[in-house]
Design a protein around this ligand. Sequence first.
Ligand code: 5GP
Length: 207
Amino acid sequence: MDKKGLLLVVSGPSGAGKGTVCQGLIRKNKACFSLSVSLTTRKPRANEEQNKSYFFVNRSEFESLVKNDQVLEWAEVYGNLYGTPRQWVQEKLGKGETVLLEIDIQGALQIKRKFPECILIFIVPPSINELQARLIRRGTDDHAIIKKRLDCVQCELQEIPKYDYIVVNDQLEVALNQVSAIISAEKCRPNRFDLQNYLQLGESTDE
Ligand code: 5GP
């Protein structure tokens, strides 16, 4: 009876664990979620795969996709361009699926303007110290990049009031349960149901 797909946007500071939360949701409910693969001009990290982690493209390829209206939202983050492919997301939503976007705040706010019914969830770490420790433990970025990412955190936290929900990712299982509860509740909103169709009586058979 779902009228249309649910568009779920997950953001948060680098190291808050938004990627882990999204992967956890998919692991638990494989059939229920589709995670969008973004375009980026960033160089792949050692553990990343082309077309799975990201669509790695160069700047002119990215700009030409934007020019041809094939990018739903895009932003420059830490000196690289990131964007969401339009067609894939729209097809999934058209089929009534739940689509997850793991994107930065600038992109999330663009999506909210285009799809006011989308749900914005902000994932935060339990503390700034823990965030720093996670970035160092992760070992994917050098010291200068970690510093750049930590410098952005205070500004990012100012944007929280623009989000619909905030989830503290201290224990992953607790965070996953909270996000799942948000999704369940959002799916019960009256505007998500095809009430017209639901209330229609079936054709009478006793003539
Ligand atoms: P990373 O380089 O660590 O993979 O991602 C850096 C930042 O870019 C993260 O905050 C991530 O959420 C964001 N990001 C990833 N994909 C997209 C996208 O398609 N659009 C926007 N606006 N941000 C993205």
